[in-house]
Design a protein around this ligand. Sequence first.
Ligand SMILES: Cc1cc2nc3c(=O)[nH]c(=O)nc-3n(C[C@H](O)[C@H](O)[C@H](O)COP(=O)(O)OP(=O)(O)OC[C@H]3O[C@@H](n4cnc5c(N)ncnc54)[C@H](O)[C@@H]3O)c2cc1C
Length: 544
Amino acid sequence: ALYERAASLSGLRYDFVIVGAGTAGNVIANRLTEDPGTSVLVLEAGISNECQLASEIPFIGVSALTVLNPSNWNFTTVAEFGLNNRMRDYPCGFVLGGSSSINGMNKIFTELTDHHNTAGQFNPAVHGFNGINSVSLPGFAFPYTPLIIKATQQLPNDFPFNLDMNSGKPLGIGFAQETTKNGVRSSSATSYLAPKYINRPNLYVLINARVTKVVKTSSGKQPLTFQQVEFTQDGFTGKRIQIQAKKEVILSAGVVNTPFILLHSGIGDTQELARAGIQPLLHLPSVGKNASDHPVTGLGWTVNSMDTLDEINRNITLFNEAFALWNETHGGLFSTNGQGHIGWKRIPKTSPIFQKFPDLSAGPNSAHIELLLSNSGASGGSTGSGFSVAVIIVSPASRGIIGLSSNDPFQQPVINTGALTSNFDVLALREGFKMAKQFVTAPVFKDYIINLAIPAAADNATDAEVEAYIRNTIITAYHITGTAAMTAQNADYGVVNPDLTVKGVKGLRIVDASIFPFIPSGHTQAPTYIIAERAADLIKAAWK
Ligand SMILES: Cc1cc2nc3c(=O)[nH]c(=O)nc-3n(C[C@H](O)[C@H](O)[C@H](O)COP(=O)(O)OP(=O)(O)OC[C@H]3O[C@@H](n4cnc5c(N)ncnc54)[C@H](O)[C@@H]3O)c2cc1C
């Protein structure tokens, strides 16, 4: 059941204690409690997802929830060197479902389970249909779809149509797939913690419970063991409560908070810990390092059409009509995340980039660049209509860090995504601009595209001007990963072993997006669900 206060819990000892009821944490909670003899407590710092309308409505979710909001940790990065010392908001979910309750819902690699395949926009042969989390196609016909499809026919070599980007072969342009069900967001909370699961008598989920550290339970010469967590429900000065795990503590607090909790527990770089005034217990210098993110910039064009999504973004009457339709039917534009089509492209092998840098993509079928095609202007201007392409580098070379600002677990972590600190990423984004500009040369756009709305990225702009535009406009795809990276058992770096146990420690495992050694060349929520499903099997096998 769901609990609000620790005093209502049945006790202070459970087989497994999971920190974070987010994307991964809820999968583990669900799978481990399939065995009625296994007790699981999940501690979630954030609020309940019940009655969070903005989270439910796919179209407004990201824009409403990435600004200052109770469902969001509302983090801010440090001034980032590669971004001309800009600081940026860095949202993470502070709610049941974690980031799956506030994210953009774009889904790469999973099942489709509902009824939106109205015109053959995906390949049923490559999907399962019984998954717990739901995936759908947009239940709304975007006005630009015929143009996009025609363009793939006119430029088939560079922009082939891809019937299903989740077939394992993502390259090309196809229909977006999203984590929605019948027009409503499907998060790990609405799916893996659905009533039939959360009502299991062996599953306890406590909200408003902020874990401050994991606690060493071994003494003397025993292996270093962490089978206890400390949390509070009443802020910095609140009473600390200790909970014991009979078998394991599983950290699923996400890419920022998982390394933050490890550091506050004395696990990390001993010098960094000592500087922050934390007693070092285990020297594991990779904790918080290797942060990898997908930087996003983009191009926009004005178009010769009134049939775009620009009007709804500025006309409150139209907005309210679409909202009313969603309220009545869960249909219409608001039933989608607004993303009709996505493209995945490789930078050609012959590009001079690869004379200076290695190819960091995962393989010959993995993209370097993602092109998110939007049926509206880049900045939702007050007049006119547009078409825009968000250009994202999905095989970035830059790496950042999550660190400590003090020994106070209520201070926000130091977040430096390291964006654009490798020149590879700047050069790759310039290649992405060329791809986006080439796409709109398809004859079908001749009477549609009027002009590029961004002079700083015009064809006659200098390389320095384009680079300045990129550094000044980069936002994030919110795909940070890798801060507790998995490496081989005997590696001299990394944070977790291939079974996701923390190196050099007993009783502690990490299951969330922080364990990826390399950032996936797609979006990150589907790989996180996959990691969590696999981890649940590993944990069950370890305790059989
Ligand atoms: C705004 C946004 C948009 C995104 N858009 C997309 C998208 O369109 N497609 C896509 O594939 N991916 C997207 N992502 C990324 C994707 O959602 C994440 O990679 C994924 O959800 C991470 O899952 P996780 O389990 O690692 O962490 P989370 O899902 O963030 O879960 C961590 C949980 O731990 C809790 N927690 C943290 N610290 C503590 C503590 N001290 N005590 C107790 N609980 C704690 C948090 O509150 C949270 O509930 C987006 C992310 C964001 C933030």
